[in-house]
Design a binder for this molecule. Structure first.
Ligand code: PTJ
Length: 256
């Protein structure tokens, strides 16, 4: 941890030490080009919504994670899309997730800038990632209905995927992925965002808590029969999930 005159900038006993730690991590990652400057604004938005659920995983999010895991375990070509914030916040956990469940990671960023793809690649490789998609030599394919840089995708990954996980996403691409016939799993603290509303399954929780918890859930359910996994999926109701997530916030605020 950086210090100023030998005193840690973020003392361990600071009441918001954890939150400040993640901010610091993102600022450092921005200096290394992993995170784009706008990524700091996106994080601030997320922090605000995290306050509204008491900064902990709700029972609603827990249920959506179980359904998401069932979708991933029964998918033919699942893929996880990784941008700068995602790599900086949970790169290590995502590499572990990818290796345990054999779900590839594709780097796909909105703000292209020299050195960013390399910086994100190197970070993920430092955690043991080997077969990253969206980088290196590949024949780029384009998603229709999208004009941003994120339309360029890897034919071995997002392009052929039946299920795409989009943590911390912008709404445009979620819509383009849905229009392309893909089942979209979003992780977004804001249940009102376009991404949250347009995805097939939204986990309204902090990415930082979600990935380790999905690993735990995945290990628990991966031996279930296909029938049981499909039951978990059919029991999930996205409109109810979003409605209950908003109601949770309202209820939580009333207790304050
Ligand atoms: O690395 P790049 O170039 O691809 O940058 C992409 C950013 C992050 C800048 C881009 O995706 C973006 O602008 O995102 P938005 O449109 O600000 O949306 C971010 C959404 O993620 C918001 O709805 C936030 O509430 C939510 N969010 C932020 N942090 C977290 C989060 N959701 C879950 N966990 C978080 N830690």
């Amino acid at each position: 941890m950086d210090t100023s005159n030998g005193i840690p900038i973020i003392p361990d006993d600071h009441p918001r030490a954890k939150s400040l730690h993640y901010r610091h991590l993102l600022v450092e990652a921005m200096h290394q080009k992993i995170v784009t400057p706008s990524g700091l604004c996106a994080h601030g938005r997320g922090e605000a919504f995290d306050y509204l659920i008491g900064e902990r995983t709700t029972p609603i999010a827990e249920k959506s994670m179980e359904a998401a895991m069932a979708v991933l375990l029964t998918a033919k070509h699942p893929i996880i899309s990784v941008n700068g914030n995602v790599a900086a916040l949970v790169g290590k956990e995502l590499v572990e997730f990818s290796q345990i469940f054999h779900i590839p990671l594709e780097i796909n960023i909105f703000y292209q800038a020299e050195g960013r793809l390399d910086a994100i690649t190197q970070l993920l490789q430092s955690y043991g990632a080997t077969d990253l998609l969206g980088v290196g030599d590949f024949e780029p394919k384009q998603l229709s209905h999208l004009s941003s840089n994120r339309r360029i995708v890897d034919p071995r990954g997002i392009y052929q995927a039946d299920v795409v996980v989009v943590p911390l996403e912008d709404g445009d691409r979620t819509e383009a992925l849905v229009a392309a016939g893909k089942y979209v799993i979003a992780i977004d603290l804001n249940p009102l965002s376009r991404t949250a509303q347009k995805a097939h399954l939204t986990i309204v929780d902090n990415l930082i808590r979600v990935i380790p918890q999905m690993i735990t859930i995945g290990k628990r359910i991966q031996t279930l029969s296909r029938d049981l996994l499909e039951q978990l999926i059919s029991n999930f109701d996205q409109p109810k999930n979003l409605k209950h997530s908003v109601e949770y916030i309202i209820k939580y605020l009333k207790t304050q």
